[in-house]
Design a binder for this molecule. Structure first.
Ligand SMILES: [Zn+2]
Length: 172
């Protein structure tokens, strides 16, 4: 039995499996590799810390309790925080109090109860010390590892967002 692989960022099916919709792993498709400068992979969880730091999008990985386990350079730069200030700290209580709203923390609370891997998207405005940043977010829940990976395209403004979205879809 093989597991279906879908793109973490755009949800395209990379490899159809025979495991049905309830069980899929998350990779990155070639269109997103081209459009976003991401790495081709069939499992985003396997990206090393060095690879995460080379991504143009922010990555925040939380454990089941909401404690930050991995945090990359793009996110650190946008938030104006060092990794030391973030990793090992509680994301909602200590790192990003602006995310303690239903659409963000509420979604984490729902996803972490799910026995299946799942993926959700939302648009969100982070209130960083460096200013407000509009972001398109993808949440990936992995129940086996007990980790929520958050991918954040920190585009600055909604108009940049639509330009980026067009770039992704244009040549697929
Ligand atoms: Zn994709």
């Amino acid at each position: 039995m093989s597991t279906r692989v879908v793109c973490a960022w755009c949800n395209l099916t990379i490899r159809p499996g025979d495991s049905g919709d309830d069980d899929s792993s998350h990779g990155i498709c070639f269109d997103c590799v081209k459009a976003l400068g991401l790495f081709p992979t069939e499992d985003v969880r396997r990206l090393t810390a060095e690879e995460l730091d080379r991504l143009p999008i922010g990555v925040i990985e939380l454990d089941r309790d909401g404690v930050v386990r991995r945090y990359n350079e793009a996110e650190a730069r946008a938030a104006g925080l060092s990794k030391d200030q973030v990793v090992g700290h509680h994301f909602f209580d200590e790192v990003a109090p602006c995310t303690t709203v239903r659409e963000f923390q509420g979604r984490f609370e729902e996803m972490r109860r799910s026995p299946n891997s799942c993926r959700e998207e939302l648009d969100f405005v982070f209130h960083f010390a460096t200013g407000d940043r509009y972001a398109h977010l993808v949440f990936l829940w992995d129940p086996e590892a007990g980790r929520l990976m958050i991918l954040a395209d920190l585009m600055g403004s909604p108009s940049n967002h639509s330009a980026r979205a067009n770039a992704i879809w244009r040549d697929s």
